[in-house]
Design a protein around this ligand. Sequence first.
Ligand SMILES: Nc1ncnc2c1ncn2[C@@H]1O[C@H](COP(=O)(O)OP(=O)(O)OP(=O)(O)O)[C@@H](O)[C@H]1O
Ligand SMILES: [Zn+2]
Length: 665
Amino acid sequence: MQRRDRGIAQSLGLPLTKRVKESRVLLVGAGGIGCEVLKNLVCSGFGSLPQYYGGEIASEISDMRRPEIVVVDMDTIDLSNLNRQFLFRKQHIKKYKALVAKETASQFNPSVNIDAQSGNIFDDKYDVAFFEGFDLVFNALDNLAARRHVNKMCLAADVPLIESGTTGFNGQVQAIKKGVTECYDCNPKPAQKSFPICTIRSTPSQPIHCIVWAKSYLFPELFGTSEEDSADVTVTEVDNVEEVAKLRIEAEALKTIRGLMGKSEFAQAVFDKVFRDDIERLRGMEEMWLSRRKPEVLCFEQFAPSMDKSEDVVERGRALAMKDQAIWSLAENLAVFSSAVDALSNRTLASPGTPLEFDKDDKDTLDFVASAANLRSHVFGIPLNSEWEIKQMAGNIIPAIATSNALTASLSVLEAFKIMRGASFEQKGVSKLTISHVAPTHNYMVTNGKEGFMLGGSKMVFLNSRSTERMITTQNLVPPQPDCAVCSPVYAKLRIPSNSSATLQDLVTLLQEKLGYEDFSIQADVGIIYDPDLEDNLEKGMIPAGYIKAGNGFLTVVDEGDEGRVDLVLSTSFTPNTTEADPESGLQLMPEEISLPSKHKSVAESNGQAMTTTEATGDASKVAAHFNAKRKRDAEEEVVGAKKRAKADEEVMVVEDDGAILLDD
Ligand SMILES: Nc1ncnc2c1ncn2[C@@H]1O[C@H](COP(=O)(O)OP(=O)(O)OP(=O)(O)O)[C@@H](O)[C@H]1O
Ligand SMILES: [Zn+2]
């Protein structure tokens, strides 16, 4: 037995070590948490062939699926990542995170098999079939959209997901399993904070209002795409309709000024437009200032004595911008503003047609936003801030803390062990489920009682690394929310040859005949394509109309009838072209039998049924998943074998049979 594997087996026990070593896992995100998860996975034996079996069962190994860790990340390494993403060094800046993470982590175990992919998890190639290839998925992401997407893909593929995240000193780990636990979307997530347009454009009262103005209005109007697309600013009912119309005219005038870009007067023209002319117009709206301080007009010329030659201002601004912890004076802000406008203009003119985007790590864009926000703060009598502080606010940044990431990542991998070990636990409620997917030899119990339940002993884990009481607290996992739009549906597949001429009518007929639908609607990515009153699309080809797409396409079938069966979500995929000259519709539902429980059933019942549905072939062993695919012996045999081997190897002492093999080295 290799020294490395012996250590792992000693810590995890042979049965779990074997499962770990047979597994194929996916890690989405190789940033702060992802780097730590990858390191933990490699060091705890994931992704490498099981050396400890010895010659005895070498033949089995050759026949085994190759263990693997697949890492997907779309980003490149930035200087600001280096303080906490320890797989990266200075020489790696601008290289793809996934590739470098693989390179560095492989050094911890040269025999590890990591497949690093620099890609966006939304890409078509990461379809349901891709997700089905894994025993477990780890999320180490930084945004809601990608988290929700992976959650849905894991539900569709029926693969357990370990979701994790940190904010400052806090961290959270949640195990998610279709039909058993709450999914990521069972609880609504707070929407991104958005401000009324009039607060941002006319009556700011806090530094953040000026920062949003600079970042989401002025910057895109000058160097990017117009504010219409910004999620930071919305027209709300508190906004004054007349004022909103005037603001639109104001933005139009700015577009004209954009035409001066590259000319020496550009910075001054922008400055005078937004800090003088627009403010003068605002001051004229007397009723706005009855209960507020009137804004103060700034004029480029008023700084003239301190800057005769425009070249000097740009240079001075560049030097000042290095001092990002200082609070710049008004004149200093103007100098930074001029140099940032200069730099951004040069970049825009060098690649016309490529709009720039604000990025807190792109210094030119940050200099622009920081100086413009401060100038506006001055106008409205709001305190100025250092660029460093503005960066935190503009990037919605809560500082990432390396130890929080490391602790959270280790909790993620510990949860993975629990799921893989599949320890049984006491039933507190009503229903009993067999989650053969992750642990074919163990039964899981589920309760719908208040206390919740555990998935192989798994719990929701919370970290508060600043807490004076308990740093780590847990909460039992709870069953899925019965009305969750994401996890309450039954997931199945719709396969279609890529040259199929199938029409929507063919699908409607299939659903009526195979699943007994009567009144129902179908929703595609493009919207509702069919319902009892919408029959216009029936003759359209499913593929040309874009109703079926390869990759990540989904169709949702909603039962509108009295029976009210749960929604059916079909993930769509192409099969190879049929060779026939006139291919039949070729539509194929998988599995062939799908049972759709009523929406009104109790939580536990419908969970139970949902599980049964995924096992609808009637052959539970099929769903018993890939995890078990190559396992030749059951757990008992493993333990006996482990004991035998332990005897042969005097150093190891078997203490428990469920993964706790202690050693005495
Ligand atoms: N759709 C996606 N597909 C693939 N990877 C993604 C996707 N969305 C986010 N990621 C990756 O998830 C990782 C999240 O890591 P982290 O939270 O540390 O963010 P970061 O961008 O590295 O750091 P920060 O945002 O704090 O500067 C990033 O490396 C990012 O590239
Ligand atoms: Zn849910």
